[in-house]
Design a protein around this ligand. Structure first.
Ligand SMILES: NC(=O)C1=CN([C@@H]2O[C@H](COP(=O)(O)OP(=O)(O)OC[C@H]3O[C@@H](n4cnc5c(N)ncnc54)[C@H](O)[C@@H]3O)[C@@H](O)[C@H]2O)C=CC1
Ligand SMILES: O=C(O)C(=O)COP(=O)(O)O
Length: 527
């Protein structure tokens, strides 16, 4: 097997390259390239490891014909076109916790830097001015910290701020009252936060809802003398309005680690009194960089080498605990999806995936994604578990998921039903010995078969002599039969025959089989 090839395109701790190599990948470290250079190079790689500098645009993804995974050594993935990556079946992963303590500490550092004007005092002192009277600071003890976004980083900032004896109020629509109590923060609306906070710190991703959350209007609603810290993303604060608020003195100080346009080599804010900035250093500590480098390389290599999925943003995760249980189900689901896809012609407005018994106790998302991938692969080659749900949606297929935990004839079952112009048709499978996928029902007829390799599907009238005739026909054409599985609705009624054969069945042989007496339908299948 050729080794997967990975490109590290942003500055990353050397542990990342070491882990890739140890886990069986070839790795190139080429940083600081232009978008054009990346586009020219990316076609040869299976994996791309990045931080925030590499922009993974549609143009990059169009050129990335071998790419299977993008790994972000960090949290924010706003530099990756995720919908486009999903459409192309590329998994996008991040490392959601590795740099959160470090970033929270940077926010706290900036709070103190603002409270005591440390950067400017340092500059003037080193310039020989000894400005002892020019820098009257404020204490943080007893002050109110307004937290916008109380996720991983926001929560750590809250815990540190509480340790500093600050009062913490938090605005986060997704923060439950119970979690707020656990964190020791007061959950408030944005308006209250703006009115009450002495310091405001931002810890949300940049989304349509959070863009410009500290807009001109919202800045005007803040308490006079407020100090603002942004270690999350540029674009959360209106930079022009912030400049005016600093100039007017309404905002007493502001510290930005992130800017609307990065690298920020020029800004109207530069040189403004009481304005502090750092060049997107939130995650830049030795500890955080080792954490994220190790983690991203382990996750990416695990996916490229073993198929394990951790921290993917566009695919259900498979934990180490779930993976062994789910893997045979995903194989079964993919085979059932493929079978129903191969046997169905015409539009399918709906696919329902029904799990029963033991299957119903599992995480259904990977099972559903595998059914859809198997089904859609009969229509297009460029489908996998990442893009299958998106492709299904694009094709107007409604996907339904049903669980019933009670057991029927089998201790575990997956039923895939498709709605077609001719009505609803189902195929049903189970796992033998908890690991071997088996079909147990096909369009209402009980038939047990392994779905593997080349197969023939024949529907005929149940009558004596048929099996001999089909065996003779295949024998005469040099086709060896591996397994032979029969089922019928009732004696003398419609019968189904599923054969596994050792070689592909030529179209001419399919035609001959169709002309045998009593035959209603013949198809070659492949799994
Ligand atoms: N400066 C730097 O170097 C770094 C910046 N970051 C950035 O920090 C941000 C936060 O990271 P985490 O805490 O790990 O993310 P997270 O996902 O754990 O937390 C984000 C929080 O924002 C909340 N939120 C979402 N929409 C909101 C809205 N409209 N109003 C208020 N709250 C809202 C969410 O409910 C969530 O609790 C990310 O944007 C990330 O990119 C992360 C690491 C380093
Ligand atoms: O993890 C994040 O979201 C960050 O913003 C860190 O960015 P960086 O990896 O330092 O370029």
């Amino acid at each position: 097997m050729t080794k997967p090839k990975v490109l590290i395109s942003d500055k990353m701790d050397p542990n990342a390259a070491r882990i890739f190599t140890e886990m069986g990948c070839d790795v190139d470290v080429i940083t600081g390239e232009t978008p054009e250079q990346l586009i020219a190079r990316i076609g040869q790689y299976d994996g791309l490891a990045i931080r925030s500098s590499t922009r993974v645009t549609k143009e990059v993804l169009d050129a990335a014909t071998n790419l299977k995974v993008i790994g972000r050594a960090g949290i924010g993935v706003d530099n990756v076109d995720i919908p486009c990556a999903s459409g192309k079946g590329v998994v996008v992963m991040n490392t959601p916790f590795g740099n959160s303590i470090t970033t929270a500490e940077h926010a706290i550092a900036l709070i103190f830097a603002l409270a005591r004007q440390i950067p400017e005092a340092n500059t003037q002192t080193q310039a020989g001015l000894w400005p002892k009277n020019g820098f009257m600071g404020v204490e943080v003890t007893g002050k109110t910290l307004g937290l916008i976004g109380a996720g991983n980083i926001g929560s750590i900032v809250a815990s540190r701020a509480l340790g500093l004896r600050m009062k913490v109020v938090a605005f986060d629509p997704f923060l439950s009252p119970e979690r707020a109590v656990e964190l020791g923060v007061e959950k408030v609306e944005l308006e209250q936060l703006l009115e009450r906070a002495d310091f405001i710190t931002l810890h949300t991703p940049l989304t349509e809802q959070t863009r410009n959350i500290l807009s001109r209007e919202n800045l005007a609603r803040t308490k006079k003398g407020v100090r603002i810290v942004n270690c999350a993303r540029g674009g959360l604060v209106d930079e022009a309005a912030l400049k005016e608020a600093l100039d007017s003195g309404h905002v007493a100080g502001a510290a930005l680690d992130v800017f609307e346009t990065e690298p920020a080599k020029a800004s109207p804010l530069f040189g403004t009194p009481n304005f502090i900035c750092t060049p997107h250093l939130g995650a830049s500590t030795t500890e955080a960089q080792v954490n994220v480098a190790l983690q991203v390389a382990e996750q990416m290599a695990d996916y490229l080498v073993n198929g394990g999925v951790t921290n993917a943003l566009n695919m259900p995760s498979l934990s180490a605990e779930e993976a062994p249980k789910l893997k045979p189900y995903m194989a079964l689901a993919e085979k059932l999806g493929s079978l129903v896809g191969q046997l169905t012609t015409g539009a399918v407005p709906r696919i329902s995936i029904h799990t029963e018994g033991a299957a119903a106790e599992l995480n259904a998302r990977p099972i559903v994604a595998a059914v859809l991938a198997g089904f859609l692969r009969t229509q297009t080659d460029s489908v996998n578990m990442v893009n299958a749900p998106f492709l299904a949606k694009e094709r107007g297929i409604e996907v339904r998921e049903v669980k019933s935990e009670k057991e029927g004839d089998y201790h575990t079952l997956v039923r895939v039903s498709v709605k077609t112009a001719d009505g609803e048709r189902s195929v049903v499978g189970t796992l033998f010995a908890n690991s071997e996928p088996r079909l147990v029902e096909l369009f209402g007829i009980k038939v047990e078969a392994e779905l593997a390799g080349h197969m023939m599907y024949i529907v005929n009238e149940d009558a004596p002599g048929f099996i001999g005739r089909i065996g003779t026909l295949l024998g005469e054409n040099g086709i060896n039969i591996g397994t032979f599985n029969l089922g019928r609705r009732e004696a003398g009624g419609e019968a189904v025959l599923l054969l596994s054969v050792d070689s592909p069945v030529a179209a001419a042989v399919i035609e001959q089989a169709r002309s045998l007496p009593g035959v209603k339908r013949v198809m070659a299948l492949a799994f």
